[in-house]
Design a protein around this ligand. Sequence first.
Ligand SMILES: [Zn+2]
Length: 245
Amino acid sequence: MDIENQNSQMPDILPPRNSSRYCGRYSRANHLQGLVRIFTESSKIAVESKKPETAQARFELAIEVYYQIVALRPDTEIERKTTNAMRTLNDEFPSIVCMNEALGICDKASKIKSVRTQLKYLRKAQEILERGLARQNIGHTNLTSIYAQVVGYVRQAEAIIEKQGKNANQRNTNCGPDLKSDTSPAESVASTQTIPLPSEFKCSCPNCTQHILVPLSLAGTAATCPTCSHEFTIPQPTETKFYSI
Ligand SMILES: [Zn+2]
């Protein structure tokens, strides 16, 4: 009887060791603290990387190292904490990796000078978020709010392009019919305006829990709460409790 198969029918279960591309790679490692450190670092990168491939690889490394930690039979407190961390990571990873990818694309879009190109990026981000939402994972609240924002940006970009297209058509009519071009009139002017994409995220003051909107670029830097003047470090947008053991 295969225990892993039995387990996989239960909800909230851990991914099997052989689901990791690194399966068995650490089977001889017996330095508990070193393994815990690798587990912690891998989990952190898995939830912070904007590159889905990197995130996935680190997620799988965390799985392998997790099983090796448990195999070393650490004291119950370490085993309990590591298992909780692995479980939370497993539950939230699909949503987080999708959110990070979408945020990374929005960040790129915010630096682009053409609204048409921005729109392409934003639609890509929208598509990624829709796929993530369709998977019904835990961590939906963040996905839903980012999705709503991205859809808003997509509409703004479409409105600008449409408006510029109309203006250009009017100009064309005024100029007469000899204005021939392969590019549509909309395309020739649409690049003059872009939508301002605030790459921001919400965090809350650890002292008074006041919600603060901060630019993505300030993640990890020091800040002073506008409400209570408490000084704290702005977390990463996806920073959660689960990778600190
Ligand atoms: Zn505060």
